[in-house]
Design a binder for this molecule. Structure first.
Ligand SMILES: [Zn+2]
Length: 299
């Protein structure tokens, strides 16, 4: 029989389960635990439940950081099998309840081709029982500080317990930044502010959604900001009176990114468009409609 996955302690009552997506477990009174994000799918949710059992703690609620399928895909299994209530940020909650919205928004609002309807972009629907709000949330004797760290997703919340910041995708692990020099973002101005904020919260350890937890918080934040600023520079330089698809191509060529499937193409296009909005907002690029094309120009 395979050994049960085990939780790794980060503090007296905060643990995490490493994986393609890091999930955290915060243990309160009577061993009741809050699961922070649930991973990609049923298997991920089951592993999380098994890890809790092996640790002797009882899952009692789920809190999700945002609505990307890889962070709440385990909710369906966990809510059905254990009847857990779900807490989620507003806006994101709507997508979690109607997951088809994710492939739809990535395909510019239209019906997406079948290639986009996989578990990477389309999780099973999750109920949402309570909306999270920035501030303090008391659950099972634990004070969870809910922090608005939007930008990677439109309403992305990070959760802090004691001196452990469960940052999810507010920041990316160093390995991920090397592998993906154009990390996903939906609102780049807010994403930049959120990355900066992660460095000011006084956390001893930061757990990114992807990659290793680290106590080198300053270095992690600096690397994330550098990646964002570099991407912004590359996107701006690609704005030579060409359309968004051409900006995407030039940006990927410059950053050494090879896109081989439709889901990745749409994720990268979404990110590039988020950069274009950000650069326009900050007066660095302009656009015009020319010959039925939306053309972007560096200012
Ligand atoms: Zn995400």
């Amino acid at each position: 029989m395979a050994r049960a996955p085990s939780l790794i302690p980060l503090s007296e009552r905060v643990y995490y389960l490493p994986g393609s997506v890091n999930c955290a477990v915060v243990v309160g009174e009577g061993g009741q635990a809050v699961l922070i994000d649930t991973g990609q799918d049923k298997d991920h949710g089951r592993r999380l439940a098994q890890a809790c059992e092996a640790q002797g703690v009882k899952p009692a609620a789920i809190a999700n950081t945002h609505s990307h399928a890889d962070h709440y895909g385990g909710n369906d299994y966990l809510t059905r099998s254990l009847g857990l209530p779900v807490y989620a940020p507003p806006f994101e909650a709507g997508i979690m309840q109607e997951p088809y919205l994710e492939p739809v928004y990535l395909f510019a609002g239209a019906k997406p081709p079948a290639e986009m309807l996989n578990k990477w972009l389309l999780a099973k629907p999750s109920p949402v029982d309570y909306l999270l709000a920035p501030g303090e949330l008391e659950l099972f004797g634990i004070t969870i500080t809910v922090l608005d760290t939007s930008g990677h997703a439109h309403r992305h919340y990070a959760l802090q317990v004691d001196d452990v910041l469960l940052a999810a995708d507010a920041v990316f692990g160093l390995g991920l930044l090397e592998k993906y020099p154009l990390p996903f973002g939906q609102d780049i101005g807010r994403q930049r502010a959120s990355m900066t904020a992660v460095g000011t919260l006084g956390a001893r350890v930061v757990v990114p959604g992807h990659g290793e937890p680290t106590e080198e918080v300053g270095g992690l934040v600096a690397a994330n900001l550098a990646a964002l600023d570099r991407a912004a520079e590359v996107v701006a330089a690609a704005c030579t009176g060409v359309d968004s698809a051409t900006v995407l191509k030039t940006t990927c060529d410059e950053l050494g990114i090879a896109i081989n499937d439709l889901p990745r193409y749409t994720l990268n296009l979404c990110t590039v468009q988020a950069y274009l909005s950000y650069l326009r907002e900050t007066g660095r690029v302009s656009f015009e409609l020319r010959d039925n094309r939306l053309c972007w120009q560096r200012v």
